[in-house]
Design a protein around this ligand. Structure first.
Ligand code: SF4
Ligand code: SF4
Length: 145
């Protein structure tokens, strides 16, 4: 019975590599800079985009080679998804890890890759480029965005 479910309703450990990649909603929020307080270890969000992030499409501009340009880029895996505390609440991996359904604007649910932007769930429209940002302390948000 379980096998008749669409893959995005299955447990994460049942997804193959292609399904795992396809689960991403394309929001781009994990590609914004964060800042960690050295004393408290609290992680702040910012609206500063990674240098490889296309701020209009919310996609990485060199995904296959991203580690070469951004060595600390997160490679999200099933093992890590429960450990990364700063993933946004709406992240598809976080939602499925916690047993929640995908939102209605997820392209796998609604069929429209633009819906994530129309729903205001992506980084489109409110980020700043790394080279224009200046001091990161001027961009801190209380929590990851
Ligand atoms: S936050 Fe999650 S769903 Fe959004 S782009 Fe990053 S990995 Fe994909
Ligand atoms: S290198 Fe690409 S995938 Fe990694 S944080 Fe930057 S834009 Fe996102």
């Amino acid at each position: 019975m379980n096998s008749k479910k669409p893959f995005w309703e299955k447990p994460l450990d049942q997804l193959d590599a292609g399904e795992w990649e396809a689960l991403c909603d394309g929001c781009g929020r994990c590609c914004l800079h964060k800042a960690e307080d050295a004393d408290t270890r609290h992680i702040y969000g910012t609206n500063i985009a990674c240098r490889l992030l296309d701020r209009e499409t919310a996609r990485c501009t060199d995904y296959p080679n991203r580690k070469r340009h951004v060595p600390d880029c997160l490679q999200l895996t099933q093992a890590k998804v429960g450990e990364v505390t700063w993933l946004p609440d709406s992240c598809a991996y976080r939602l499925r890890h916690e047993g929640h359904p995908l939102p209605e604007w997820h392209y796998l649910v609604c069929g429209d890759p633009e819906a994530v932007h129309a729903a205001g769930a992506s980084i489109r429209g409110w980020t700043v480029a790394e080279e224009d940002a200046g001091d990161i302390e001027d961009h801190l948000a209380p929590d990851p965005l």
